[in-house]
Structures are given as C-alpha cells and as structure tokens.
Design a protein around this ligand. Structure first.
Ligand SMILES: *Cc1c(COP(=O)(O)O)cnc(C)c1O
Length: 429
C-alpha cells in the first residue's frame, strides 16, 4: 500500500475516481496556497491522518472496551484503552471518554449526564462568545434548556465575574458553563468553581479551544475545577476531528452512558485510534514547545495588528486566538473577512460585545495561530502577516502573490510535493 501523508493509496483513488481525487487535490492547493488563520483549525500530523485512513474505520464497536455489543472488538478495545489512558495521563483526569464524534456531541453528552430538559443553565451569551451549544435557539441546547447568558464588560472585553455571580444567585442554575468560541484570555476556573459552589450548580468546562494549550502546559487546566470537561481533539490539540470528555471517577458512569447509548451508537474506532496518536504526540516535549510558540506567535500577531490600526479585543491575547474590530479602518467584520479571503488570508468573523455600538454588539474578526505555527512560522512571519492584512484592509495594494509566496515557504506537509504529483486524468477544479 502506497502511504501518503493523508492516508494510504492516493494514487489508487486517483485511478479509480479522478473526480474526487481532483477535488481533494484542489483543496490541498487551496490550503497550501494561502494563510489559514481560522482559530479552530490546524494540520493533523501524517501519523494522525494515517490512523484516520486505516481499516479501523470499518469496525463496529457499540459500547466500551470489554463490554461491546459487537463481536471482534478485541483489538479495537486495546486502541480505545490506550486512548483513554493517554488522555487521563495527559490531562491528569480520573476518567476520559474518547468517543464523542465532535465537540458538540461532547457538550450534548455532558448536559445529558447532569441535566434534565427544562433545567436552567448559565453560560456565556452567544453575542459575547458563547458556542451554539450554549443556548442558541437553533440548537438542541436552546430548545431543551433554559439558558441565561453572562458576558464580558464591553469596555474591556473581559468576563464580568461579578455579573456572573449576580446572575447565578438570581437564577440558581443547575449548571454553569465556562468556555467560549472567541474569548482570547485565560479563564479564571477557580472563580467559576466558587460561584458554582455558592449556588450548588455543576460546573461544565467547554474547553474545545483551549484543551490543546492545556495539553502543552500553555493554559490553565479546567480539570481540577470542573465536574465535566468537554473538548475537541482537532483544534490546537492537532488530532482528528472529534470530541472528548474528562471527569472524576464518581461521574464516570453517568458520562459514559450519556455518550453511549444516550447520544451515539457505534464509536468511530479509526478516530479513537487517531485520538490516541494525537494524545501521544501531545505528551511529547515538542508539543509543549509548540503550544508555547502558538501563544507567542498570537501575542506578536495581536501587537502587530494593533500597529496596523485594528482594535484588538482586550488589547491582546493569552491564547492562540485573537479577536479584533476593524472599525477603526472603516470596515465591518464581514467586509474585512471578504477582503482577506480574496487575498488568500482565511479567517472568520465573530460577534464582539461593543461599548460604542448602539446595538451593543458588532461583527469583528477572529483569527488564530495554531495552523501557521504548525507550519513552522515564527516572529518575522507574524509581522509579515499583520502587514499583509493591513495592506489588504486599507486597500493599499494587491497582496495575493505575496501571501502565496509566504505560505509556499512553509508547506504544511513537507513531502506533499513528491506525493501529490498530479496524476494522469486528475484535473484540479
Ligand atoms: C469548536 C467548539 C465546539 C464544537 O465543536 P464541533 O466539533 O464543531 O462540534 C463547542 N464548543 C466550543 C466552545 C467550541 O469552540
């Protein structure tokens, strides 16, 4: 089997299905020809991608190691135990469930383990950085629970812990959720725990973004404070797309039953194996160095973006993530994102609490340094990225080729050139 960085036998796929092979090649071209600054994205290692593309994808495995509904699970049981043990060791947790298919399914399972429909939950308001699963009316969370939103101080962008405490005492929630899609600073988990204890609430940490920094010792861990920690494995952590739950021994059985059989059927064993590979990588000293570089790069990029005239929320970052309002340049987030996209700079918009906008909320930009740091970029490149973004946002010239030149010097998969030679009959889109 010819092994490529993204799985076995790409040449075979290209021969059998040139249409799909062409689509995959085009996506690889898109990614490697631009700057990927989406805060939730990263490049999983060739080893993680190889596990994902392995025949473990074929195995049905409902249940847990040693207690499956399907036969023939003796090998994948070992893979899942390795993944659990590595996760427990990496995060210092008593129990790990590595089966959630995504971050959202991990959150759903955490709610299912601790709550009943109709319960009151206190979470970050969506316009201030809450995730869909923190009470959006379009999501199961908003439909099945009564969400109350806390937020940030619009003037500083920092979480208003006094408001949180006041809302907790007024509404007596069954659970408090901490974690955000766009908060660039560390969370004060001790403060969240104290408020939860004052009102007898569970504390659920949705560490989807920060868990990779926690693994690399570049962010505080929610594990000692939260009753249940929800996470993804594909953001800074650099594993396969998927979710994970961590908790103490006393909630282990409730959490496991909330994942299977309550919210999911069979585990995806290729993904479980790939999570184990990622946990193994994250336990190595090289990952600690990576996590530190991710944060150092984000700080440099944030400073440089201030220099380019953007209003960086909270004045900087503690993490891989930067949020910024492009209003000082006369742009809203949507227009700014579009201009960047046309230049090959890929980032997101996000909602930002605003003290100056009468609606109290504006559309800003959200970007992160996890992917570009995996590519090997450092301080000079962060300066360059900010400079290219400033040029684009001020409409001072065309930078598409300069972006491609910079990206081209840092290929995400260094031997892709050798492996991804265009095969005969495979057309790029
Ligand atoms: C990314 C994210 C999720 C959801 O992850 P998916 O894998 O996309 O379902 C949940 N919560 C937070 C805070 C996130 O950032």
């Amino acid at each position: 089997m010819a092994v490529t960085p993204w799985g076995p036998d790409f040449a075979g796929l290209a021969r059998q299905d040139p249409e799909l092979a062409g689509i995959i090649l085009s996506e690889i071209d898109r990614v490697s020809g631009g700057l990927q600054l989406i805060a939730a994205e990263n490049y999983a290692s060739p080893a993680v991608l190889a596990a994902l593309a392995s025949p473990l994808a074929n195995k049905y495995a409902e249940g847990y190691p040693g207690a499956r509904h399907h036969g023939g699970c003796e090998i994948v049981d070992i893979a899942e135990r390795v993944a659990q043990d590595r996760a427990k060791a990496l995060f210092g947790a008593e129990h790990a469930n590595v089966q959630p298919h995504s971050g959202s399914s991990a959150v759903l399972a955490a709610y299912a383990a601790l709550l009943r429909p109709g319960d009151t939950v206190l979470a970050m308001a969506l316009p201030h950085g809450g995730h869909l699963t923190h009470g959006s009316p379009a999501n199961f969370s908003g439909r099945w629970f009564d969400f109350i939103g806390y937020g940030v101080d619009p003037a500083t962008g920092l979480i208003d812990y006094e408001q949180l405490r006041g809302l907790a005492h007024a509404h007596r929630p069954k659970a408090i959720v901490c974690g955000s899609i766009s908060y660039p600073r560390h969370l004060d988990y001790a403060a969240f725990r104290a408020v939860a204890d004052e009102v007898g609430a569970y504390l659920i940490a949705d560490a989807a973004h920060s868990i990779g920094l926690v693994a690399g010792k570049a962010a505080p861990s929610p594990v000692p404070y939260a009753d249940v920690v929800c996470a993804t494995t594909h953001k800074v952590l650099r594993g396969p797309r998927g979710g994970m739950l961590l908790c103490g021994a006393e909630l282990a059985e409730r959490v496991d039953r909330a994942v299977f059989p309550f919210t999911q059927g069979g585990a995806q064993m290729h993904s479980v194996a790939a999570k184990a590979v990622a946990f193994g990588e994250a336990a190595a000293p090289a990952f600690t160095a990576y996590a530190r570089r991710v944060v150092a790069n984000a700080r440099l990029l944030a400073d440089a973006l201030v220099g380019e005239g953007l209003a960086v929320t909270t004045g900087g970052t503690d993490t891989h993530m930067i949020t910024a309002d492009p209003a000082p340049l006369g742009l809203d987030g949507r227009t700014a994102k579009g201009r960047c996209a046309a230049a090959g700079i890929v980032l997101d918009t996000c909602a930002l609490a605003s003290a100056t906008d009468p609606r109290g909320c504006v559309k800003g930009l959200r970007l992160g340094t996890a992917a570009v740091t995996t590519q090997g970029m450092g301080a000079p490149e962060m300066e360059r990225i900010a400079n290219l973004m400033g040029t684009v946002l001020r409409d001072e010239g065309v930078v598409r080729e300069k972006v491609a030149e910079l990206a081209g010097r840092f290929p995400p998969y260094p031997d892709e050139g050798r492996i991804m030679q265009p095969s005969e009959g495979v057309g790029r889109l």
